[in-house]
Design a protein around this ligand. Structure first.
Ligand SMILES: [Zn+2]
Length: 147
C-alpha cells in the first residue's frame, strides 16, 4: 500500500462496544453472571452486582430498544457547534437500560421510539489525528426494517 492517507479511527474508551459486519452493526460489550443471569453495562469484571458471584462472562448485547427518556443540553466548550447534545435512556430488548448520546435532533424523538445502535464521532485526538469513536443511538427507520 502506498502513501495511505486514511485517518485512523479508534474507540475513545476501550471495551464498551464492538462493531460487526461492515461496521454499521454496533453491539455493547456487557457482562453476564453465570450464577444468576444478571447483565451489566459497562461489563463488570470482579463481582456480580446482584448476587456477588465472581462467575462473570463477557458477552455482547444488541442495541435495539425503545427510548425511555432524553434531554438536550448546549455543548459547552465545543467550538463551531450549535447543535445541542442529546442524551437519552434506552430500554434494550436484551433487558438492560443504557444511557447514550442520541444522533437525532431532540425534536424528532418521542417516548418509546424504536432506536438502534450507531457509532458517534467524539472528535479528533490532538496527538495523532485519529478520530475518536463512541457508541450512541439513532432512530430505527422503517426503510431499514424492510431491507
Ligand atoms: Zn449474579
Amino acid at each position: 500500500m502506498s502513501n495511505d492517507t486514511r485517518k485512523s479511527r479508534r474507540a475513545l474508551v476501550d471495551g464498551l462496544f464492538a462493531t460487526a459486519g461492515d461496521g454499521s452493526e454496533v453491539r455493547l460489550v456487557i457482562s453476564r453472571c453465570a450464577a444468576c443471569g444478571a447483565q451489566s453495562f459497562p461489563a463488570r469484571t470482579v463481582r456480580c452486582a446482584a448476587c456477588s458471584s465472581a462467575e462473570l462472562v463477557e458477552a455482547e448485547s444488541a442495541m435495539d430498544g425503545t427510548l425511555y427518556s432524553w434531554t438536550a443540553t448546549p455543548r459547552g466548550g465545543v467550538p463551531d457547534s450549535t447543535m445541542p447534545l442529546v442524551v437519552g435512556l434506552v430500554n434494550l430488548a436484551s433487558g438492560l437500560t443504557v444511557q447514550g448520546i442520541l444522533a437525532d435532533e431532540a425534536d424528532a424523538l418521542t417516548i418509546d421510539a424504536k432506536v438502534t445502535g450507531c457509532v458517534i464521532e467524539h472528535g479528533v485526538d490532538e496527538k495523532d489525528g485519529a478520530t475518536l469513536l463512541g457508541y450512541g443511538f439513532r432512530l430505527a427507520r422503517c426503510e431499514e426494517a424492510a431491507s
